[in-house]
Unconditional design. Sequence first.
Length: 234
Amino acid sequence: MNDLASQKKSNELAIDEVINLSVREYKCFERKTAESFLEMGRVVFEAKKNLCLDSDFDEFCNRIGQTSSSSTIKKMKIIGENYVHLKEISSNLPSNWTSIYQICRLSEYEIDEYVHKGLIHPNVKGSEIKNLLIAPPIPNSKMREVQEVQEVREVNCEECLEELAEESFEIPNKKVQNGTKFDYHFECEISNLDDAIKTNKIKKIIRDLVSLNVTIRMSRELNLMIYPVAEAVA
């Protein structure tokens, strides 16, 4: 019995040390620079990953003056998830953690393009980032799938499955017929897009899929709903 109590106490001390190390590291970066906010996000993200119990992560958040359910912690985790890519362009990021979080909502390709065009820079305003978020995706070779959407007709689920069964799918350097282990696809159906928040979330998903070189097909109606400016030009 004493051995079990001793082991439990030892585990508690080990977890407490992990929390203390995370807290000290987080506080080291409490300076208002882009690099510091990236490191703070990384620490929060890693603490969430390394502390298995929610109660331990709650304790970590408490010690840095936050709660695990706060918007600050949620946004810091998102920044931490994007740490590797953002670290590469840290000199172009603003010294404002909420602005960095908003930038994380763009795809990596878009972030790089906007940095290259000078639209993301250390002095960029929050309102300017929001304009980038609601803008149509940047035209590029990977967007051809989206542009072809207007030619795609709506079909019911059975018709769609029949067409997919006859298709072959491309993977790098090799053409693989449908039915092999490389045949990965999925469908989704959207009941309605009745508000801007939902529409912007769908656009973000499309951007991320396109950045992964995923073929995207949408109905003409959905394309008109999400990209009305592009349709007007066409």
